[in-house]
Write a protein that binds this ligand. Sequence first.
Ligand SMILES: NC(=O)c1ccc[n+]([C@@H]2O[C@H](COP(=O)([O-])OP(=O)(O)OC[C@H]3O[C@@H](n4cnc5c(N)ncnc54)[C@H](OP(=O)(O)O)[C@@H]3O)[C@@H](O)[C@H]2O)c1
Length: 285
Amino acid sequence: MTGHPPKAFVIGHPIAHSRSPLIHGHWLRTLGLAGSYERIDVPPAALAGFLAGFPAGGFVGGNVTVPHKEAVFTYLAESSQDLTPTARRLGAVNTLSLLPDGRLRGHNTDGAGFAASIDEAVGPGWEVGQALVVGAGGAARAIVGALLDRGIPRIVVANRTLEKAQGLRVFAPDRIEAAGMDDLAGALAGTGLLVNTTTLGMKGQPALDIALAPLPADAIVADIVYVPAETPLLAAARSRGLRRVGGLGMLLHQAVPGFESWFGRRPVVDAALRAVVEADIGAAP
Ligand SMILES: NC(=O)c1ccc[n+]([C@@H]2O[C@H](COP(=O)([O-])OP(=O)(O)OC[C@H]3O[C@@H](n4cnc5c(N)ncnc54)[C@H](OP(=O)(O)O)[C@@H]3O)[C@@H](O)[C@H]2O)c1
């Protein structure tokens, strides 16, 4: 420990788009803490050098984003550093912390952030018999893991590339079923939670084309895309009067554990934080 205020980072390549500095900067300011959080562009070729050297630069940890989440996992695994069970299950790290013994700890908070965003939107204690997760990329892996942890008995993963959906079954073959996009409509009838984890519905992308009529009236529809705030999927869910959860909550809640580990206070996700990030999204070209 140097006695200097703690410094944290978000690394990615590119990184200019990251809203993490806005989130952590807001918490540092509102909690009145000394410390800093900055974005650092780290090209893949420079990643190992950055990871080996950041503690000497006064950093206590940071966030990891595209394209480095899997590479950071591999680096930590191969150098016998600390990985949480969640990071091990996903093979991906989004949060790094420097431990008192000088080792690095890799964690993944995406799935817990998603679950917390549902808790916030519909109230804790929600239960569903079946979740339908559309997409099978990195975010889907984290979300499927979190849904398993929350005890959801049956999870259908539907993806354009069927093999990737089948790959997720390894987490819990008796509870996860893989499907192609053509099977989406058929899976809706018994679904209590529908989650879009694909890039469909993002600003500039086509919508996720799915008729929500077969969903039960008490279903929850979540979209982890957060630009725009109301995706076509969420607009369709609103028309049907279904409960809806936007993607911004996941982004905000996944940031909580990292902030607590670097700066020593557990921050809250509240309306003021949401307003800061929404204003930034609204101002983007
Ligand atoms: N709210 C948050 O905090 C948060 C966190 C993480 C990610 N996200 C968002 O979640 C989305 C996915 O991120 P990721 O990291 O999981 O990406 P990823 O690993 O690249 O996965 C992308 C997924 O989208 C599917 N997809 C892409 N284009 C498609 C199309 N035209 N038709 C059908 N499926 C398509 C892919 O299917 P294939 O496998 O067939 O290619 C795959 O399942 C992004 O929009 C990202 O911004 C939000």
